[in-house]
Design a protein around this ligand. Structure first.
Ligand SMILES: [Zn+2]
Ligand SMILES: [Zn+2]
Ligand SMILES: [Zn+2]
Length: 259
């Protein structure tokens, strides 16, 4: 029996979150808690370690809501604002853990992190506290993290590239418009696959519900969860039209996978 891996959805929403500021649509006005979506992130737990994928602008609220008291590593999928802007909120974790937190991303992603959070990386003396992260460059080569092989999965996000991550039989692919053929080879035999599914209408940098259903059909995971969802998709109504092994993720959803 392999040790279990637990994935908790910290945020299932698109970049602006749901409800969206200034919008009164039925999803934004919904009282179904599953229609309340913070920015996209998951927590992956195994072997007593907490691995955070992306630090969203909602990270503080997400950590408090999920009771996260420790983060052992951060994996960045890419450098868009909705995936990195909460990095400053790791400061209390630095304080409690008495350590800098390792943070992994491609060289392009880490360059943006260094630029946006320059105050955390320059050598200027400061009287304020700054987030302390130990940036570690990765490519799409697998790497070892706390005794598990993590497989980065390169996917197209419009003309850019983002990384998804596979841990054992689970994979998380947020922002993408296309999964290249060589990346599909890394997504076989999955128990659980998370996929970007922004909305029904086509989008230049995101997968739609129909496109992600086609990916599920092709890759044949046992279960799939759609995430990075915008207010075009009310939870209950959208999920009712999906096959039973494909669900919409929602904030707070926790699933267990054998690693
Ligand atoms: Zn995004
Ligand atoms: Zn709305
Ligand atoms: Zn993005």
């Amino acid at each position: 029996m392999k040790p279990p891996l637990r994935i908790t959805v910290l945020g299932s929403g698109t970049s602006s979150g749901v409800p969206t500021i200034g919008c009164n649509c039925s999803t934004c006005a919904s009282t179904d808690p599953r229609d309340n979506r913070l920015r996209p992130s998951v927590l992956v737990q195994y072997g007593g370690k907490n691995v955070l994928i992306d630090t969203t602008p909602d990270f503080r609220a997400q950590a408090l809501r999920a009771g996260i008291g420790r983060v052992d590593a951060i994996l960045f999928t890419h450098s868009h604002a909705d995936h990195i802007l909460g990095l400053d909120d790791v400061r209390p974790l630095n304080y409690h853990q008495k350590m800098s937190i390792p943070a992994y991303g491609t060289s392009g992603t880490l360059d943006v992190v260094r630029r946006i959070f320059r105050y955390a990386f320059d050598s200027e003396p400061t009287q304020s506290s700054v987030p302390r992260v130990d940036l570690r460059t990765i490519t799409d080569e697998p790497f070892e993290l706390f005794g598990m092989e993590v497989v980065p999965i390169a996917v197209m996000h419009g003309s850019g590239v983002t990384l998804g991550f596979r841990f054992g039989d689970a994979a998380y692919l947020t922002d993408h418009s296309e999964i290249p053929a060589d990346s599909k080879l890394k997504l076989r035999g999955l128990d659980v696959l998370f996929l970007d599914a922004l909305r029904h209408r086509p989008h230049p940098t995101h997968s739609t519900v129909a496109q992600s259903l086609a990916s599920v059909e092709e890759l044949q995971p046992r279960r799939a969860f759609f995430t990075h969802i915008c207010h075009d998709l009310p939870h209950a109504e959208t999920e009712a039209a999906l096959p039973s092994h494909v669900r919409l993720a929602y904030d707070g959803l926790t699933i267990e996978v054998s690693a």
